[in-house]
Design a protein around this ligand. Structure first.
Ligand code: C5P
Length: 403
């Protein structure tokens, strides 16, 4: 089972410049470690006024580098050694002053020195700015940020929200897990750059009366993982979600719906402008023919209510029928005989790619096994966590778009 964490094998130099957001960097080290990265912390003098190297050493498991004059380095060139080993330099927090130094190419302490000394073509510089909103909005900072971006740096954030100074606005550093996810996404190959991808996910809820309805056990996890993987691959992603309790993947546009009809009405107008449509939603095939205006009461002597059902629109089939249709990927959740059902479903839905999985084995779980069925035949994607599977599926889709 391939469950390597997303940053396995990556070595990150995490730089801290001075700012109250340094407290979040402690958590960030943990998050990067949990995601499989090794982390070498470098701190400026100002950063050490906010959090101690002792804390950062304990969390990263390595002595923190704080000085370009550190005589322990055999060649006395910490700035060269550190950047040559790194897959990326991530500065979090990146203060207004530190960004100003980078913009000028100054190098009077270890962190700015190693940013300047890094091999541009293979060691990316990633900045998570953190400052008061007035500092972020100041023309000098705007100028400096534009310059460092033009020089090749990538910005993670900043966020808007409450600031330590008591004000509210732009300039707040992203949370540790958001920076971790930005970093993970940064390393993913941009196989869907410039493509628009539309995804349905989760169950639908077909109301019987104002408090009851017909639904199913789909958790939405597979569809949300595909949305995340497509976004990481550079796509512009819209996710139409039935009722689920899942956080929206970063930079994904989410539209919440309840019923199959609402999902259909959200999807159809968007579909012609997409390059890819992935229908992972477990859409109810039928809905009650009429919706009771008030709760249906259980009263003694009254007979058990009988429901007449009517058929829901088939969203995938409707998109596949569009004259200007995106590349359509269907899902089949079966309870057995997967190959046969998946093959039949691909033909019936008239889609180039159908992904089969066993419903009872996947609903609500974090891992899954997929069977890809296309014109050429079948291929199994071995059991893995849903995000790994989603990345594999995104690769398979991207290959089919270009071929
Ligand atoms: O026919 P069945 O429901 O098994 O087909 C499953 C595939 O069709 C999934 O991709 C599902 O999202 C899609 N579907 C749909 N609209 C429906 C029923 C299924 O888009 N009403």
């Amino acid at each position: 089972m391939s469950t390597l964490p997303s940053l396995a094998g990556r070595h990150i130099v995490l730089g801290l410049s001075g700012g109250i957001a340094c407290y979040k960097s402690a958590e960030l080290v943990r998050e990067l470690g949990r995601a499989g990265a090794t982390v070498q912390v470098v701190m400026t003098e100002a950063a050490q006024a906010f959090i101690t190297p002792v804390t950062m050493q304990a969390l990263s498991g390595r002595p923190v580098a704080t000085s370009q004059w550190d005589a322990r380095e055999p060649n006395n060139m910490a700035h060269i050694n550190l950047s040559r080993e790194a897959d990326a330099i991530l500065v979090a927090p990146a203060s207004a002053d530190f960004i100003a130094k980078l913009a000028q190419g100054r190098a009077d302490e270890l962190l700015s020195l190693l940013c300047l000394a890094r091999p541009l073509e293979r060691c990316p510089l990633l900045l998570a700015p953190a400052m008061n909103r007035e500092m972020w909005a100041h023309p000098a900072t705007r100028r400096n940020v534009a310059q460092v971006v033009a020089d090749g740096a990538t910005l993670f954030g900043p966020d808007a929200g409450d600031q330590a100074c008591g004000e509210t606005g732009d300039g707040r550093m992203l949370e540790a897990e958001d920076i971790r996810d930005e970093l993970i996404a940064f390393f993913q190959p941009k196989l869907l750059a410039g493509r628009k991808v539309l995804i349905t996910a989760g169950p639908t809820f077909e109301a019987i009366d104002p408090v009851r309805g017909i639904t199913n056990l789909s958790s939405g996890k597979m569809g949300f993982a595909i949305a995340r993987a497509a976004q990481e691959a550079g796509a512009e992603v819209t996710l139409v979600a039935g009722p689920v309790h899942l956080p929206t993947p970063r930079h994904v546009r989410r539209i919440d719906v309840q019923s199959a009809q609402q999902m259909h009405d959200a999807v159809l107008p968007l579909a012609p402008a997409q390059q890819v449509f992935v229908a992972t939603a477990a859409v109810a095939d039928w809905r009650p023919a009429s919706l009771a205006e008030h709760k249906i009461k259980k009263e003694s002597g009254r007979s058990v209510p009988a429901f007449e059902l009517t058929e829901n629109p088939d969203i995938l089939a409707a998109v596949a029928r569009l004259p200007q249709r995106p590349y359509c990927v269907g899902f089949a959740a079966e309870s057995g005989d997967l190959v046969k059902h998946a093959r039949e479903k691909r033909i019936r839905k008239n889609v180039p790619l159908l992904v089969g999985n066993l419903g009872p084995a996947t609903f609500g779980r974090d891992d899954n096994t997929l069977l890809l069925v296309d014109e050429q035949g079948e291929r199994e994607i071995a059991t893995a966590d849903k995000l790994s599977l989603a990345r594999t599926l995104v690769r398979e889709i991207a290959n089919r778009l270009t071929s």
